[in-house]
Design a protein around this ligand. Structure first.
Ligand SMILES: [Fe+2]
Length: 250
């Protein structure tokens, strides 16, 4: 082997691995129903993004449009109607993948009212309901809303906890949620530094401490999928594959 071959070998070693998410089985967080939130803008875009997820080895998707009283007034009927359109288009294009829909519920007084009124919520798996909060300050009644959900038979799954500043800065609250057995869903992109260095550091801590029960891509558009291709470079890429995840049970 000449020097040139040796250098070529070295260069090859540094080439990032092709992203393989086959071990994840199901993606539990994404915005792939067109035109109803800040995710996909058209059926065509949805098909392209779903094909890319399939190329990454994902064979099931539970997509989770936002339900947020002021901005995204989605209902189960709107979401499931949109899902049918996506399924039809996938069939027409012969793209084989299992896709269902739940929602990402924003925690506010309107959500609390829904829960108190016993409205049927869309679930990820069994009674698991994906919920999100604002990123900066702790929502009023956070723990109370979780309690009301549990009283009504639902298990709260907190979407991307690593992205909440108020949680990163409040270890007491973090441990209160862990003690209450609130399940955490991590965004894979958080481990790539896609959101920020702080989010990445908090994501790494949660993985290291074994706090994660779900993983998701939170795909909104192609930019997310482009960034996701760098995930194998994360020093936690092997570690996350060892987590016993609900993703694999869906
Ligand atoms: Fe989301």
């Amino acid at each position: 082997m000449g020097l040139f071959d040796f250098l070529k070998g070295k260069t090859k070693d540094k080439t990032p691995d092709r992203l393989d998410l086959g071990w994840l089985k199901a993606d539990m967080h994404s915005h792939l129903i067109p035109g109803i939130d800040d995710g996909s803008k058209s059926v065509q875009e949805s098909l392209e993004m779903i094909s890319r997820l399939k190329d990454f080895g994902i064979n099931k998707i539970v997509t989770t449009p936002h339900i947020m009283s002021e901005f995204y007034k989605n209902t189960p009927e709107i979401i499931l109607g949109g899902l049918e359109k996506v399924k039809e288009a996938l069939k027409t294009e012969s793209i084989e993948i299992e896709i269902n829909a739940a929602a990402e519920y924003y925690l506010d007084e309107f959500f609390l009212e829904k829960v108190r009124n016993g409205e049927k919520l869309l679930t990820l798996y069994k009674n698991h309901v994906l919920v999100e909060t604002g990123f900066v300050s702790k929502p009023m009644m956070l723990v109370e809303i979780f309690f009301e959900m549990e009283m009504n038979g639902y298990k709260p799954i907190l979407a991307h906890p690593e992205r909440y500043q108020y949680l990163a800065q409040d270890k007491k609250l973090l441990h209160e949620l862990i003690d209450r057995d609130i399940y955490f869903q991590l965004n894979l992109l958080s481990l790539t530094g896609f959101y920020s260095r702080n989010v990445q550091a908090f994501a790494e801590l949660l993985v290291k401490e074994g706090r994660i029960k779900y993983l998701g891509t939170d795909t909104h558009n192609h930019r997310y999928l482009d960034a996701l291709e760098t995930l194998p470079q994360s020093k936690y890429f092997d570690k996350i594959q060892e987590i016993p995840l609900f993703n694999t049970l869906i």
